[in-house]
Design a protein around this ligand. Sequence first.
Ligand code: 48N
Length: 305
Amino acid sequence: MAPVATTQDQNQTTYANGNSVSAKYDILEDYQGNYRFAPIEEAQVSRAMIKRYFTSMYERAVSDVVIVGAGSAGLSCAYTLASSRPDLKITIIEANVAPGGGAWLGGQLMTPMVIRKPADRFLREIGVDYEDEGNFVVVKHAALFTSTLLSKVLAFPNVVMMNATAVEDLIVVNDFEGKQRVAGVVTNWTLVALNHDTQSCMDPNTITAPVIISATGHDGPMGAFSAKRLVSAGLLKELGNMRGLDMNRAEPAIVNGTREVTPGLILTGMELSEHDGSNRMGPTFGAMIGSGVKAAKEAIHILDV
Ligand code: 48N
């Protein structure tokens, strides 16, 4: 156990082992060789992480909603769901170490992010400034949008995000009518999921939930994961495959097409373009926001029926 403070006055804290740290944060004094941290033992750091992470894994083994993918659609969905239903246990599974998907940049590695009206409403909701260009707005850096949204999502007490964790299969069960229903996800550490052909038998874990929202995008090592799994699991005849770029057709198609594509599974964002065969929109992100918001409303409808 780390030594407990024995005396605390307005200038410094002294510990039973004689260590003392300046309680008053005097930058001059502290940066002249006197800077001190409160003492700690290595096991305290390990146990602080282990206790919290594995407690949340234990508790979220049964969630109310699992969102697969923390890109702009998944995060917009998570924000809408968590803010409107604080009673729901929302668990986000993100394969990358860094959440955010393709929303850290605008297009062709340029940083400004274009969002067509009326999706600018969401920017005002989460407090992101933008320049108004008439029919669309421009956020000065895509990372301003994504980091703001990510920080708000993670601040909700009912949201748990497990990044560097991949969904590598779906749980599919027969419901009481004998119909196949998606009832959860099969997970593994991403580094394990990407290395099943280098080691044998690294079995996964599971999270069950009545609603799964898949927002795995259209590209990347696991893009359109759930849509592709529906085909290989015999729940979908074939993929529609994303069509060529047409901003004016693509964005309304994605938002209006956001839905429960098979019992228990909602698709949102660009994963839907692979499922439905809708156009891509390129470097404009309003549909990701609109689709994420709609996916949240669809999930609430399913849960409340
Ligand atoms: O950003 P993405 O890829 O996906 P969306 O749908 O949130 O946003 C798409 C958007 O960025 C565009 O593609 C823009 C609008 N361009 C369109 C165009 O025409 O080019 O995020 C998906 C996230 C990523 O962070 C992945 O790491 C993650 O999903 N992911 C997974 N996480 C867990 N398990 C998996 N199997 C998995 N697969 C992907």
